[in-house]
Design a protein around this ligand. Sequence first.
Ligand SMILES: *Cc1c(COP(=O)(O)O)cnc(C)c1O
Length: 429
Amino acid sequence: MITNRSVSLFSKAQAVIPGGVNSPVRACRSVGCDPLFIQKASGCIVTDVDGNEFIDFVSSWGPMIAGHAQPEVVDAIQQAAVNGTSFGAPTSVEVELAELVCECVPSIEKVRFVNSGTEATMSAVRLARGYTGKNMVVKFDGCYHGHSDSFLVKAGSGLITLGIPGSPGVPDDIVKNTLSIPYNDKEVLERTLRDENLDIACVIVEPVAGNMGVVVPDMSFVKKLRELTTELGIVLIFDEVITGFRLSLGGAQERFGITPDLTCLGKIIGGGLPVGAYGGKAEIMDNIAPDGPVYQAGTLSGNPLAMSAGLAMLQLVRKPDFYKDLEQKSDWFAAELQQIADAAAVPTVLNRIGSMMTCFFTDEPVTDFESAMKANTEMYGKHYRNMLEGGMWLAPSQFEATFISAAHDRIHLEKALNMIESSFKKLMN
Ligand SMILES: *Cc1c(COP(=O)(O)O)cnc(C)c1O
């Protein structure tokens, strides 16, 4: 594979951008190669600046559930752009998107748009604290909720990939108000939430973890979480930045039949533009300024380009059978992948729900952060490089999800499976 242009761009980038990238895992360090620079993408194919083509399973880390450069989304952005790109005043498309979000996710009675998932979770936690008058945030080991100070405690994703436990620059005074406990552990959960000395405002959870690799929780754990938080008057926040509009139109909460108090959204909701959102019970949301005292604002929040892209995207996923087709395709792909892994005798555990999955290189079940950490990242790195060489674009980390989109057809998926099969054979030699 020729990568001259990427190599040259990366060397220029490193001179002016820390690590040469604007988000750390993109640097590809944990998989032992340098990043490729992308020229364009269409459907499920990404093309790098040297003209190499890859079948994409990264989906821009989640948003591109309908495939890249979908004409409906591109048109919406172009039409919005000619009317001006930002006004700092309300527009009709914000109302339309808000109505649609409330319709798709019934637990959301009111919603506020922001510019990223990080902003959504940060604001939701501030709101929960303001609403309850309490301080402590409970999260789970290996769950990632963006990069704001309060969450950089056992925060999965980029930090695990880079081997960083927390982050310098985050004061102890802030972190002492965050408690991180094991995912999927009902006993520790109950003991923690019932501890009256803790002054707990909220629990924030990825209803399916996607940032330590995919970990689908025990339903009994999620039920217990809802029961306890209701009983104890603790705000339950579902961080559905990945799972929202991914696992169903109503996200993980619809799929599980569990209703959180607040929901954070991001990724898919922006159709590839920078959008986040948080919403939930009106009784809680009414505490946000200007109706209430909890401050949260944004110069570009509700930006007309971003809202138009989001609206076009949600109209795509709302089409009849969108999720049914995606589910069937993903079922088939996962079953084939499992057979290939079994036949090649590569020690793997495939965790999957709907169109998101992680193939962990380990032979023990992966149910939490601790078990995820047992995965063989060196083997993942080799596999990653084999796949890249073969033409399959995977996340450059063992601890991320592989996403299937509506744009992957049978031919692409079969090609990908053949590549995986030959990579697994190489790994065992
Ligand atoms: C990606 C992600 C975030 C952060 O969103 P950004 O848009 O990257 O700030 C938060 N929570 C979860 C679950 C995510 O996957």
